[in-house]
Design a protein around this ligand. Structure first.
Ligand code: NAD
Length: 495
């Protein structure tokens, strides 16, 4: 269902003004239920990124934002949160239409995005700077300063929420920003201009350049006047950006791919584990970085788990994203859909298909895939090792705790992990042994914004979350003050 008043064209926003690319280039963007082009988008190049960086640099050097008192900046951030919340239903409608996310799951995104701004508003007013005294000789105090223009590059899964995740701490820190949203889902980013204007964010603090990753994204990553890049996306893209950014020694925050394990022991609350592991991989269409896409199940309950899991997966409601009954919608783009289908074919050849594997019969067009469950998946299988980013799960049995940990860690990624057990000691032991940035014990992914968010191994570099995000967007600048005479060796004074 097409939302009312859908814009037919999406321009950049530079220095507070909607503008076209200097080249005049545009690209078309598809909606995922019929793969029809619904709008054109300004196709940014290096010269547009440069314009946006200049606007952001001017706002940083000449504007009030970086030196504004924390309380004043926090008031703007809280007004941004209010403006985001006021757009909840519009955002959900646009996001669901553009990404194919079920509308019920898109609805929570505005509240989470608003919460990011409220949270960082609170963080900056409570922030204190450090002082180190050396009695009688020195006092050293630290000034925390925003670094400058932050380059934000974001992916197409939950685009608005992930944009807010970077915008909120970057702005809270006093940085000015250039955002390059994902080219597959540019629609919801068009809401930011109105939100920021309504909240009173000074012009030029926020700049938006649409475009293809290899052009606009690469130009932002390589721009000499952008000292830091916060990136969320694929591991391969992250490596390219790190190489580009190395030339200018940029600060980098890299939130990358995942292939997270859910380890299910026989002594767990099986009903809860089933609910959670189904939600963990099929929510957000499986297009979720922290998806528990490998389920490792203790052999004593393996057959029962597989049978019950497959039976539930078959009953998951796949349907149009705008339908409130839909649990799994349409995958974002036909090329991504084909890629996911390629993994389904690989899975058929290397393991046992228990459910799904095909387009649901009642949905003859659009990027729909029935929730797909493979069992007996060997650790060297492609579908065990590689991120699929769709509604596809691999189930593998294990016999011992040591084997479960070895299997959990036998991939390049290390983003999240989930452990299901009734044994407290084992739960903590295994949770602490999984190579991941974040583990949940007897829970799916529910996050306290103060905690670190990030991955290890090929899932990322650096942690965001709470004060860590503020640390990323700021420099610590220490001033050393002598409190008395300082002994100085007298060079050149001996003859
Ligand atoms: P992607 O890497 O293809 O694109 C992400 C962004 O990078 C887009 O804006 C794209 O235009 C840009 N880009 C592409 N090539 C570029 C280049 N050479 N230089 C600069 N920018 C470039 O990722 P995607 O397909 O949009 O998103 C899915 C991926 O994101 C998955 O791997 C998923 O796991 C990951 N992800 C990770 C997290 C996390 O927090 N760890 C969260 C969400 C998604």
């Amino acid at each position: 269902m097409t939302p009312a008043d859908l814009p037919a064209h999406l321009p950049h926003l530079i220095g507070g003004e909607p503008v076209e690319s200097l080249s005049g280039a545009t690209f078309g963007v598809l909606e995922p239920t019929g793969n029809r082009t619904y709008a054109t988008v300004a196709d940014g190049g290096a010269e547009d990124i440069d314009r946006a960086v200049r606007a952001a640099s001017t706002a940083f050097t000449d504007g009030p934002w970086p030196s504004m008192r924390a309380r004043e900046r926090a008031s703007v951030l809280n007004r941004i949160a209010d403006a985001v919340e006021a757009r909840e239903s519009r955002l959900a409608e646009l996001e669901s239409f553009d990404t194919g996310l079920p509308i019920t799951q898109a609805r929570g995104q505005a509240r989470r995005a608003a919460e990011n701004f409220r949270f960082f508003a609170d963080v900056i007013v409570a922030l204190h700077e450090d002082a180190y005294s050396v009695p009688g000789s020195q006092i050293n105090y630290v000034l925390r300063k925003p670094i400058g223009v932050a380059g934000l590059i974001t992916p197409w899964n939950t685009p608005f929420m992930l944009e807010s995740w970077k915008l909120a701490p970057a702005l809270a820190s006093g940085c000015t920003v250039v955002l390059k949203p994902a080219e597959l889902t540019p629609l919801s980013a068009s809401l930011w201009g109105g939100i920021f204007a309504e909240a009173g964010l000074p012009r030029g603090v926020f700049n938006l350049v649409h475009g293809i990753g290899e052009n606009a994204g690469a130009a932002l990553a390589g721009h000499a006047d952008v000292p830091l890049i916060s990136f969320t996306g694929e591991t391969a893209t992250g490596k390219t950006i790190m190489r580009t950014a190395a030339e200018h020694l940029k600060g980098l925050s890299m939130e990358l791919g995942g292939k997270s394990p859910a380890v299910v022991f026989a002594d767990c609350d099986l009903d809860a584990a089933l609910d959670s592991t189904l939600f963990g991989v099929f929510s957000l269409n499986g297009e979720r970085c922290t998806a528990g896409s490998r389920i490792l199940v203790e052999r004593a309950i393996y057959d029962e788990f597989c049978a019950r899991y497959a039976e539930r997966a078959e009953r998951v409601v796949v349907g149009p994203p705008h339908d409130p009954a839909t649990e799994v919608g349409a995958l974002v783009h036909p090329e991504h859909y084909e890629r996911v289908l390629g993994y389904v074919e690989a899975g058929r050849a290397e393991s046992r298909l228990l459910a799904g594997g095909t387009r649901p019969a009642h949905l003859p067009t659009g990027n729909y895939l029935a929730p797909t469950v493979f069992a007996d998946v060997a650790p060297d299988a492609k579908i065990f090792q590689e991120e699929i980013f769709g509604p596809v799960v691999a189930i593998t049995p294990f016999d011992t705790e040591a084997e479960a940990i070895a299997l959990a860690n036998d991939v390049d990624y290390g983003l999240a992990g989930y452990v299901w057990t009734g044994d407290l000691q084992r739960g903590h032991r295994v949770a602490g042994s999984i190579e991941a940035g974040m583990v949940w014990l007897n829970s799916h992914n529910i996050r306290d914004l103060r905690t670190p968010f990030g991955g290890v191994k090929h899932s990322g570099v650096g942690n965001e979350g709470g004060r860590r995000s503020i640390e990323f967007y700021t420099n610590e600048h220490v001033v050393h003050v002598a409190l008395g005479q300082v002994h100085t060796p007298r060079f050149g004074a001996s003859r």
